[in-house]
Ligand binder design. Sequence first.
Ligand code: UD1
Ligand code: UDP
Length: 373
Amino acid sequence: MSRQLIHLIAAARPNFMKIAPIYHALLNEADWAQAVIVHTGQHYDHEMSAAFFADLGMPQPSVNLEVGSGSHAEQTGSVMIAYERYCQAHRPDWVIVVGDVNSTLACGLVAKKLNLPLAHLEAGLRSGDRTMPEEINRIVTDSIADLLWTPSEDADENLRNEGVPAERIVRVGNVMIDSYELVRDKIEAADVTTELGLAGAFGVVTLHRPSNVDSADTLRELMQVLAEISRRASIVFAVHPRTAARLKEFGLEPSRRSAPGLRLIEPMGYIRFMGLVRKARFVITDSGGVQEETTYLDIPCLTLRATTERPVTVTHGSNRLLEPHALAAAVEDVLAGSWPHGRRPPLWDGHTAGRVIASLRKRLPAAFTPRKG
Ligand code: UD1
Ligand code: UDP
């Protein structure tokens, strides 16, 4: 029997850290598995895409569907049309989607309409906030997936409550941690603080949720708070392209004079970004992945959101959800050393990819007898 053709769907920045460990683990399973990275092209700037393939030791994708940006319907529809065509020409045995972006949903729908086995890595996360586009993507993808790989107990519970049969749910842990461990040596060798001329306590900021950056009033308030905080500690703000576009559109780009301690820089590659985060006194973010990485590293994480689909980062980790008006006081707590330490959630151990592979091996077709050794 020929090897199992496995599509790994990559689309946007947070996806690359989720597929890299699976890609590398599948290379060791070459007797039964052939992994093909399918990039939908949702993110396309070098610093939002290619930089991560280089940092995480992955080859360039086998195919790039080049869908680019657009409204939700445009983007989701374009991915569906392009990926359906690709699947018809290169029919896979498994489609693996990760995370919660529009391409996750689009490729999941294509797979199931073609009756292809679908696995979702990072299944079961729920914020409870259906105004988040990602929440819709999560709910729909999980409702059609055949195999749901979850990062934490809360995710299993969410799926059970939605009626997903228990045999489809496999707790594998947090794959983002595998990526960190994969390149830990390089992260620890990256001297980004010297490169950026940072001395003393500093904070790192990332913001890109539409709820924070798409309204001029909200973004103005956030920039004012960041300017205020930057009088107490230097701040490096790695600006997502959505946010860069809004800052420009709303005329909110800070000047060196108005906020000397606040430095805006381009989005960073993974190794340099994590190299910076691990040295930070605090992180201000609305990112899903950054909430997890700061929990792993026990760095105070101040999350500018009302809800999180990653509650273990609050119950176990160093994360707190905050409104903008509470941010400056929270930073004072951090600087005063009164931010409680967190602990790592179970199975956030760098071995998630191994558990994913084991779960796939259990589902090999009966006729398939893998040769090992
Ligand atoms: C997307 C995901 C979000 C994820 C985020 C990670 C959806 C609905 N949203 O949000 O869940 O947290 O990625 O970063 O899937 N742009 C560029 N260059 C790029 C990519 C985007 O300039 O390489 C700009 C374009 O102006 C685009 C805008 O950013 O319109 C938004 O991009 P899009 O992929 O639609 O959503 P994100 O905000 O990146
Ligand atoms: N990240 C990075 N450089 C940056 C910002 C983020 O390498 O400048 C990495 C970081 O590992 C983070 C991941 O990108 O966890 C996902 O980022 P993003 O916030 O875009 O997506 P989300 O996790 O919110 O979906």
